[in-house]
Design a protein around this ligand. Structure first.
Ligand code: AMP
Length: 190
């Protein structure tokens, strides 16, 4: 069983790559952003709460996010492994994930980052915002706030996983298929 965290700044291509990797390695793809958006679309209590944070480009509080993620993992007891996309995004989330997986005699196998320059990514997100319908992709100020959240709260995870000897990084710029290949090389080396 392998459990992979796909790591990277907003717009780095995590969702795109997850679509290929989940098929290739038979992994259950869990994107917290997608799950929140699903809840918003269905107007659930969780969706209404998450929206107030997401629309501003702020992170949704840890407690809510961790509980949601754990219940999604529990919905897939027969999974051959998970591909976490957009989670964890804070040290508390990473600690909770480690403890939760340990309680099931499992662990994170590797965290793999898609590395890319901020300015390229901001442009990419503004471009995506023209068609994605996502409020948080359409306004440069909100996008910048997402990067600030990333730098303050998410970037410390690089050290967290490095200390566990589980952090890998690949160049996230290039053709989609080339990047899938770079990620595959890391996964197959594990
Ligand atoms: P994403 O689709 O991964 O870009 O996430 C979109 C938005 O959902 C983020 O800007 C946050 O507001 C929220 N979100 C997604 N994942 C998390 C998480 N792990 N922790 C907190 N907020 C999250």
């Amino acid at each position: 069983m392998i459990n992979i965290v796909l790591f990277g700044k907003p717009g780095a291509g995590k969702g795109t790559q997850a679509e290929f990797l989940k098929e290739k390695y038979n992994l259950t793809h869990l994107s917290t952003g997608d799950i929140f958006r699903f809840n918003i679309k269905n107007d659930t209590d969780l969706g209404r709460l998450a929206k107030t944070y997401m629309d501003k480009g702020d992170l949704v509080p840890d407690e809510v996010t961790i509980q949601m993620l754990q219940s999604e993992v529990d919905k897939n007891p027969d999974s051959a492994g998970f591909l976490f996309d957009g989670f964890p995004r804070t040290i508390s989330q990473a600690q909770a994930l480690d403890a939760f997986l340990a309680s099931k005699n499992q662990e994170i196998t590797a965290t793999i980052a898609l590395d890319a320059d901020d300015e390229i990514l901001v442009e990419r997100l503004l471009e995506r915002g023209k068609t994605s319908g996502r409020a948080d992709d359409q306004d440069e100020e909100k996008i910048r706030n997402r990067y600030q959240e990333y730098n303050e709260k998410t970037a410390p995870l690089i050290d967290y996983y490095n200390q566990q000897g589980k952090f890998y990084s690949v160049n996230g710029i290039g053709a989609i298929i080339e990047i899938t290949e770079r990620l595959s090389q890391v996964i197959e080396s594990l």
